[in-house]
Design a protein around this ligand. Sequence first.
Ligand code: MTE
Ligand code: MO
Length: 240
Amino acid sequence: MTVNDDLPDSPRENLGARRVGRAGFLGIVGAGAATLFFGKQISSVTSRLTKPFASATGLSGIVPSGGWRIYTVAATMPVFDPATWRLRIDGLVRHPVELSYDQLVALPRAEQVSTFHCVTGWTVTGVHWAGVRFHDLLALADPLPSARAAHFVSAEIPYDDYLPLSDLALSDVMLAYEMDGGPLPQEHGAPVRVVIPEMYGYKNVKWVQQITLVDAQSEGYWEQRGYDINAIVGHSNGYA
Ligand SMILES: Nc1nc2c(c(=O)[nH]1)N[C@H]1C(S)=C(S)[C@@H](COP(=O)(O)O)O[C@H]1N2
Ligand SMILES: [Mo]
């Protein structure tokens, strides 16, 4: 298991294997690391906190309010430019495609309200999402019968993760481009992120820029660092 000390604000912070102490964490924030980024306050979301973060980590003193924590692994967040942004779908497909933002939002629109769980113990309930179901999206590339999983590659290098196509077919799983009534904010992964409420946050890849269909899922960013490939909420090695 690899532990990367440059990534203090990680799912691992709540595991016995490596606890990030409050003092060390504050020191890192003071040094200007971008691993915890406080985006704009969204009171309608933050008021919905159901599980206090403080009980899990003792870090509440440096978290300005309940609700979302913004996680990144790189020093800067990707910047979305609608003129140049493309979503690539390739791998085990007959027709690799590159979609512009306009082409993406022209696909059949799906909406849902669901709950978001991070493996470190925080939850946000009642999140409104809009986006496209993976069935409609992946069909554009005409997947081969051998395709069994999708590799989601973030523009935030090196973040990535995998999901079986069977999980992408669940009725409340989507590639989201709107959150709580507006375009997906930059810090939440603009312009598109994975939303899979059944699984812990680390499977909900932000800033998705490429979806490569493969024959089997593999270990994504956090799984290479000790988390379960099977990230079902309440049934994996995270905070249950
Ligand atoms: N690109 C990218 N996606 C990511 C992460 C990340 O660091 N980078 N963190 C994951 C984790 S562990 C969680 S809990 C959620 C947090 O979503 P939020 O930053 O929108 O609150 O994003 C997930 N997707
Ligand atoms: Mo997370």
